[in-house]
Design a protein around this ligand. Sequence first.
Ligand SMILES: *[C@@H]1O[C@H](CO)[C@@H](O)[C@H](O)[C@H]1NC(C)=O
Ligand SMILES: *[C@@H]1O[C@H](CO)[C@@H](O)[C@H](O)[C@H]1NC(C)=O
Ligand SMILES: *[C@@H]1O[C@H](CO)[C@@H](O)[C@H](O)[C@H]1NC(C)=O
Length: 224
Amino acid sequence: MSAVQELLLLPLALLALQASLCRGACVEVDSNTEAVVNEGFKLGCISCKKRGEVPATATVDWYFMASDETFYSPLYSYDYENKRDEITDSRFDDRLAWNGSKKTDDLQDGSIYILNVTFNDTGTYKCIFTRTLKYSNFHYPINTNKTIVMKVVPKLTRGLASILSEVMMYVTIIGLQVWLAIEMIYCYRKISAAGEEALRESAAEYLAIASESKDNCAGVQVAE
Ligand SMILES: *[C@@H]1O[C@H](CO)[C@@H](O)[C@H](O)[C@H]1NC(C)=O
Ligand SMILES: *[C@@H]1O[C@H](CO)[C@@H](O)[C@H](O)[C@H]1NC(C)=O
Ligand SMILES: *[C@@H]1O[C@H](CO)[C@@H](O)[C@H](O)[C@H]1NC(C)=O
């Protein structure tokens, strides 16, 4: 992202931050989908609890399907209540870390972090939230799941849409400025032309009045 875009996005980001700090608001942000090889990558998965007033517990399970596979296999599970955090896929041994909600058994953020991404990590990830709303006389289970199709790239590339939108932004800004300048010159010339015209008209009018009043004055003089 360019500095200009970041500058434009800054107030929005601050606003979002403020909203989340002030009201503890949960926002279901979609995960990034492009990971860079040999770097870390956060697989985001957020499931906001709709009934804020009802106590709940939640666990998160992640599944992975590599790009050349046709079924999901268990990848990772997190259960705060039972202090359980388990990597269930040997391909990811010692490479996954919890990046979700901490110190709560009422998870809303179930994100995980892949340390040192390899090209073999390309594929589809699915996160499943199992939340139990604890009403006084019954427990109500809810499942939410999200899938993330992750691509591994040698280094971060920018999507064509992003490049196009940046170009369009500059075209629009410069276009507006040029249009404004043309409009100002046009208006200035029109106004100054109108001003000269008005000046000429008022001069003519003045002369007319002057000559008329001279006549009147002459009349007065005659009357005396
Ligand atoms: C996610 O986990 C990684 C690895 O443990 C850590 O470096 C990073 O700070 C964590 N990020 C968040 C937002 O918790
Ligand atoms: C990441 O993995 C590659 C290949 O497995 C290895 O060469 C590299 O040292 C690792 N980097 C880190 C930061 O662990
Ligand atoms: C990726 O998968 C291939 C084939 O399964 C394997 O030979 C290779 O060692 C794997 N690479 C890494 C970095 O895990």
